[in-house]
Design a protein around this ligand. Sequence first.
Ligand SMILES: [Ca+2]
Ligand SMILES: [Ca+2]
Length: 199
Amino acid sequence: MAMKRLILFPIFLFTQINSFAGDLVINEVFYDPGSTGLGCFVELYGKPNLKLDGYRLVGINGNGGAEYNIIDLSGYKVRPTGFFVVAQNKSVPNADLISTKADYQNGPDSIQLWNKDGKIDAVGYGDFSNAVFAGEKEPTLDVTGYSIGRRPDGFDTNNNSADLVGLAVPSPGKPNMPVASEVNKNGKLAQTWAYTKRN
Ligand SMILES: [Ca+2]
Ligand SMILES: [Ca+2]
């Protein structure tokens, strides 16, 4: 038994470090408001009070792979709660930076987060069978009128499909909703099928 514990402990540590690797991640994206009346936004989550000098959001067009809607975050910092919200307009609660560029395209497209050291996170959403994927490993789903987000906040194994789910209630600047609010791409609530997925 002693031997088993010695082996398992380092594996556990490795898993913990990997599932929240960086100082900051793209935590929630609302790019297709449908009829909600709420503006688009990208919510970042990470180290409280982190200075964002040199950080930028970069859209990657699934149609051809070109960069678009680059948003410079220099001069701002993450809130003490760990959240930072880049919003399309004032209709978005808890907005920290307002830019019309926060309206990223409906999928299949990707959004990346860069700083002076390089690319630190990326999220791709939609069906990329005929498009350029610039997210991590496998894309997450494409939704209308809902957001996509990490659950729990900051969860990052560098596989968008495993890390982000559809969320019935967008939550800019606040924790992403629990499992009962998960939706599929048609907006169907998750209670009947979420249990086969990560809780
Ligand atoms: Ca990542
Ligand atoms: Ca949120």
